[in-house]
Design a protein around this ligand. Structure first.
Ligand SMILES: [Zn+2]
Ligand SMILES: [Zn+2]
Length: 383
């Protein structure tokens, strides 16, 4: 096992030094597939050029999914790690290198005891978690390679806990992520003759303010939602009324029904505010992943396993960040899942140029996922 610990460290350094952006994870994929096939682990074809899905075990028990992701971010690394990124402008700033190697470790440990496994594990090394648009989670889940899994387990690095601490919490832990763009179409004119055009700027301003009332007036004070207008643009000089104005932003929710109510209110306000000001609203809505909701029975099993291994268990902080792990809990049908935050120390937030993970967290996390996987193969999601 000392040997695996050392190998994991070497793989982490190698992947960290050579970060690859979403859907470009060719070298990382090659390393992962090499390690898996060298160990005699069988791969399932996803038809995708990057990422990998492996299957381990042939026991009669439950089929469980283990999921990691492998892409990096377009960030210039500012750590002084000896194995800092060698790729300019690219960095593993979300710890997906750590996720990949942790699950690789778990896969090898499961393989070692394959004949005794009570069920089967489907282990996912997913590309493109950070991509906008159709992300890797959606594509892997839609490929059919993970259809058999009855439940899914995943991890995320968490810099605000030290190594040795796990964040386990029931219910919603990550938000749904939708993006919007509204183009308000008016009629341009001279700044001195507003009556000869239809100025989109007052309408845009009103819409930005109206949207703020969705969370405060449409949702219950006990519900969680977010509407952020992150970009507003109109005109380009002082004496011309522009033809159109554009706003862009994001909508987040911890619950699917809340998400749908925000969307309905958003459309109503955008269309009617535009009409009030004589404008036409063109709305583009890009639906991203849904909320990640942790299954209670899986949380209970995870606590049992973690306590047995000597981990400290903490409540993870609520966040309106998103994660496409939710796609595995939805495609091809609903199934229970658990998203565990693994303390990796360092203190700098995910996506910060000084973000680091404590490699000491890696091996114990692999052991945790091995043991939890076996427990789930025995009992399924019923606990
Ligand atoms: Zn991230
Ligand atoms: Zn991430």
């Amino acid at each position: 096992m000392e040997q695996l610990r050392e190998k994991q460290m070497a793989w982490l350094r190698q992947i960290h030094e050579h970060p690859e952006l979403s859907y470009e994870e060719y070298e990382t994929t090659r390393l992962v597939k090499q390690v898996l096939t060298d160990a005699g682990i069988q791969l399932i074809d996803t038809g995708m050029p990057t990422g990998a899905v492996a299957t381990i075990g042939h026991g009669p028990g439950h089929v469980i999914g283990l999921r990691s992701d492998m892409d990096a971010l377009p960030i210039q690394e500012e750590t002084d790690l000896p194995y800092a990124s060698r790729e300019p402008g690219k960095m593993h700033a979300c710890g997906h290198d750590f996720h990949t190697v942790t699950m690789l470790g778990a896969a090898l440990m499961l393989k070692e005891m394959e004949d005794q496994l009570p069920g089967r594990a489907v282990v996912v090394f997913q590309p493109a978690e950070e991509s906008g648009g159709v992300s890797g989670g959606t594509r892997v889940a839609e490929s059919g390679a993970t259809d058999d899994a009855e439940l899914f387990l995943a991890l995320h690095s968490y810099p605000h806990f030290e190594a040795g601490t796990l964040g386990i919490k029931e219910g919603p832990v990550m938000a749904s992520v939708d993006a919007f763009k509204v183009t308000l179409k008016g009629v341009g004119s001279h700044a001195a003759t507003p009556h000869k055009g239809v100025d989109p700027i007052p309408g845009m301003s009103a819409l930005v303010l109206n949207l703020q009332t969705i969370v405060s007036r449409v949702l219950s004070p006990f519900e969680t939602g977010l509407v952020t207008v992150a970009h507003a643009q109109a005109g380009n000089t002082w004496n011309v009324i522009p033809t159109e104005a554009v706003i862009e932003g994001t909508v987040r929710a911890m619950d699917q029904r809340v998400r749908e109510r925000i969307k309905a209110a958003f459309y109503r306000m955008a269309e009617h505010t535009a009409e009030t000001y004589g404008l036409r609203a063109e709305i583009e809505w890009l639906a991203g992943p849904g909320p990640v909701v942790n299954d209670e029975r899986l949380c209970a099993m995870a606590r049992e396993v973690a306590t047995g291994l000597g981990f400290v268990i903490d409540r993870q902080e609520d966040t309106m960040g998103g994660e496409d792990f939710s796609e595995y809990l939805r495609i091809p049908h609903k199934r229970p899942g658990l998203f565990v935050r693994v303390g990796t120390g360092g203190g700098y937030a995910n996506h910060h140029p000084k973000f680091t993970v404590d490699p000491e967290a890696m091996y114990p996390a692999s052991v945790f996922f091995r043991d939890l996987a076996i427990r789930c193969m025995e009992r399924g999601a019923e606990g």
